[in-house]
Write a protein that binds this ligand. Sequence first.
Ligand code: M6R
Length: 610
Amino acid sequence: MCGIIGYIGPKEAADVLIDGLKRLEYRGYDSAGVAVLNGGGIEIERAEGKLTKLEAKIGKHKPHGHLGVGHTRWATHGVPSERNAHPHRAGDVVVVHNGIIENYEALRKGLLQKGCRFRSETDTEIFCHLINEELKEHKEIAKAIRSALKKVRGSYAIVVLYAKEPKKLFAAKSGSPLVLGFGDKEALVASDVPALLPYTRDVSFLEDDEFAILEEGHLSVFDEKGHPKPAEKTHIDWNPVMAEKAGFKHFMLKEIFEQPRVVEQTLMGRVQLGSGKLTLEGIEKVFGKKGFPFKKIEIIACGTSYHAGLVGKYWLEQLAHVPTVVSLASEFRYAEPLIGKETLVISISQSGETADTLAATKMAKEMKAKVLGICNVLGSSLGRMADNTLYTHAGPEIGVASTKAFTGQLTVLYLLTLEIAKRRDKISKTELIKKINEVRSAPQYLEKILENADAIKKIALGCKEAPHFLFIARGPHYPLALEGALKLKEIAYVHAEGFAAGELKHGPIALVDKGVPVVALVPPSDTYEKILSNVEEVKARGAYTIAEGEVGDKHLADKVDAVIPVPKTFYSITPLLYILPLQLFAYYIADAKGCDVDMPRNLAKSVTVE
Ligand code: M6R
């Protein structure tokens, strides 16, 4: 939610800011703006809508200068408009902000009484006025900012530009992410790593309540008491090209096609063909050297990560025999969950910055549970909060619709299940080697599915005008039905629902009418016949039936209107494969409808507000 960037160095600040905003635009695209400081003062350009609008507005009259801040907005307080677009300014103070100020009404009232005049409806403008007020007492800008921050309740990441300090930028955070970049004779700060990659791969993640001062080629970090502290450097092994489209029409399509490599990389170094050895980095920090010291598992996550957790539950219960509950992080927090020392909490988040997941994780820690994170972003808040984190090596995921992160999460969950099963003596060495070999073969099967993308496109386009879609499945594929429906809703704006196929007759079947597309996931399994019966039931009521099933399954092909073949593989890894056609299905429908696939309306990639 909202992307911010700051730059100081020899380059034209506006170029770096716009380029950075392009890489952060997945975080919000209601409006965008930049502020650049030069000899003539502060120049601010803002525009409602996507970044292209701002670029068009700036045109050839780019603000010149070597110090500036930029912002791309996902609106919270105040409608999306130029007036509410960041950067905000009061006097010599310019601020960009990501987060929500909870006590903003009270602060605004106080500032109005002091004679401040507000130009926007945002909570962010509070910062500008508060800092100006503090400047009356503290001559030093850094002190004024820190003092202003003490009055604010809520979450924030801010970058401040002060016209009277033309060689410095100031940054602070609490609850929202901020990462500092060490460039050559330059310094940067941004909401997320991809914005920094063209300039540096040496970064430092600012902690809550820390404060940073950026100067050309120099970064100083201060702790919550204002004492200087060394900035902890992390080298990022992502490269800038990974955050580009590489010839694909959309990031989402590129990311779908990256999945064989994502699974490969997530497995790399953790398992080997023909060996029962599993290496899950740092796992002993949570499990101890041997055994499994927990009675149950609680998985917490949101959206697509929640669906990955649901698949994980099937694996953890069936293969490792551990009772597992999966909760939406936003519900978990308000539900008095029964957890404690005997519970392993697994928090799953692509970004590691989802506010609900972080709050639920914090609560789990307060209740003395051990927390294992599954995350894609090194240095993210979840990574720092969890007792240990297993990373999905998916590379930067830019498309708002999560795809490759999901397969990465499934891969880690599968390995984790095997590790727990091994520690609990629920799996023999032979069986473990077999299961590891199975998952090692997933990338080649995913490649095969991608070779069939044109056929999937044809099927998708055949029903692109349908206003409703149903997805049905059973067992570990049921969460995929939910995920397939979520993809279609969020990028194609059509009504889609995922159901456990056995539940159809308890109500949802009333939705089936002539021509309603029903997508059924029918891999060979113990419930194969049962789900075929469900397919018959919807067909008898006029549904247009599409089935994902094993390649060469003639019996299935005879029963449905269209088949998406999935390579023959081992049952336990089928969830990793069956999701891919559903992602493509949603993508082709959304693209054919002319939807903005990478930036769907009303959404943002990282949901950093509750
Ligand atoms: O970064 P996270 O995995 O914590 O994000 C959770 C959800 O916001 C996310 O999966 C969302 O549902 C995606 N847009 C789905 O495609």
